[in-house]
Write a protein that binds this ligand. Structure first.
Ligand SMILES: Cc1ncc(COP(=O)(O)O)c(C=O)c1O
Length: 393
């Protein structure tokens, strides 16, 4: 018998789609994969050098649970310079990816039965991590007119005396929307008033297309104290497989996370940490180049989508996704249970293009397209989407 904590946990939809794509490719079927949340760049050379040198120097033994001091210092410097938040190295805990950091945070702060608010649409893994930790995910409806950004009045409708945390993903996966300072201030003040912790998932923070990004923890000292900022190296430096993420939080929470981590994984891979250190110290230009490429792709893809009738999308200001509204297609489409899941399955079978169903993010009339791939690929994918949609409208 398996643990009851797994009762309602489902495997990642995006990972399932990627497996299907791999299977099709191994059968020599030419698939366009627009489902993946992974940069198509490689780790910058200067960062790799740090990893290679650490191996040559035999930095391969057990080390500090929270991560090597140089990297925690470099992260503090980055947060200070780029995000205007002042942290000390004892408030930074490195982990094996942002997923791991989110799990550490929830384990450190919640008790079984505590409620965690997830503004819709939300990244697939939050709800499942929350269930695994025996907390309860609570979906928060948001409005399309507000680009699905949650507001104080949305929150006021769902808060109970069990509410312990909220997750704010900024920039958002799946919409690419970015919150303004005023929007964040309103949410954060509400959380302060109600005694709710904020998980500020800022993993896409570098990938934004204008300069107005604000970190929640920078809003005030009190807000910083209730905020656990999640960040990592997967998206900004194309280090997905190196599994390196981190939290910045108050010292009490950081210590609690270190205690948990010390018993579960000890610390993230040392080689990955040195590569991350190289990235922060030497690779600003490489990261800027990646962001400029995503920005150009975003312009291309939105221009192309604007030419397709009967669909709309959330205007992205960051990340590398576009969340497309297919509610007009849904009205005409024949499906049994979930429109977006069946649409995506059939679209993959018939047009050989993989995209992610909106249902994976809690909103069924949408699909998510990733443009973390060559423009020829996503433009061809959109051509096929237009052709496929036109069969039904
Ligand atoms: C919003 C968000 N947070 C966290 C992660 C996970 O990052 P990592 O690969 O560092 O675990 C992802 C990955 O897709 C994501 O989209």
């Amino acid at each position: 018998m398996l643990s009851s904590r797994l009762k309602n946990v489902t495997p990642s939809v995006t990972v399932a789609i990627s497996s299907k794509v791999k299977e099709m490719k191994s059968n020599r079927i030419n698939v366009i994969n627009l489902s993946i949340g992974e940069p198509d760049f490689t780790i910058p050379e200067k960062a790799k050098e740090y990893g290679k040198k650490s191996l040559d120097d035999n930095k391969t033994k057990y080390d500090l649970v929270a991560g090597i001091l140089e990297l925690r210092e470099a992260i503090c410097e980055k947060l200070n310079k780029e995000n205007e938040i002042s942290y000390t190295p004892d408030q930074i805990v490195l982990s094996s990816g942002a997923k791991n950091s989110i799990t550490n945070t929830i384990l450190a702060v919640t008790d079984p039965g505590d409620e965690i608010l997830l503004p819709l649409p939300y990244w697939v893994s939050y709800s499942e991590i929350i269930k695994i930790t025996n907390a309860i995910p609570i979906e928060v409806p948001t409005k399309k007119e507000n680009n699905f950004k949650v507001t104080k009045s949305d929150l006021a409708k769902v808060v109970t005396d069990k509410t312990k945390m909220i997750v704010i993903t900024n920039p958002s996966n799946p919409t690419g929307a970015v919150y303004t300072r005023d929007e964040l201030m309103e949410i954060a003040e509400f959380c302060l008033e109600k005694g709710i912790y904020i998980i500020a998932d800022e993993i896409y923070e570098k990938i934004r297309f204008n300069d107005s990004f604000v970190s929640i923890a920078s809003l005030s000292e009190n807000i910083k104290n209730i905020t656990i900022t999640i960040n990592g190296f997967a998206k900004s430096v194309a280090m997905t497989g190196m599994r390196l993420g981190y939290t910045a939080s108050n010292t009490e929470i950081a210590k609690a996370m270190s205690t948990i981590q010390s018993h579960i994984v000890s610390h993230p891979s040392l080689t990955s940490q040195y590569i991350g250190l190289g990235a922060l110290r030497e690779c600003e230009e490489d990261m800027n180049h990646m962001v400029q490429t995503y920005k150009k792709r975003c312009e291309l893809i939105t221009k192309r989508l604007d030419k397709i009738k009967n669909i709309s999308y959330v205007e992205p200001s960051g990340a590398f996704y576009i969340f497309i509204d297919l509610s007009k297609v849904k009205e005409k489409y024949k499906y049994k249970n979930s429109f977006s899941v069946e649409f995506c399955q059939n679209f993959l079978e018939e047009e050989k293009v993989a995209v992610v169903p909106g249902e994976a993010f809690g909103i069924d009339e949408y699909i998510r397209i990733s443009y973390a791939c060559h423009e020829d690929e996503f433009l061809e994918g959109i051509n096929r989407l237009e052709k496929y949609i036109n069969k039904f409208i």
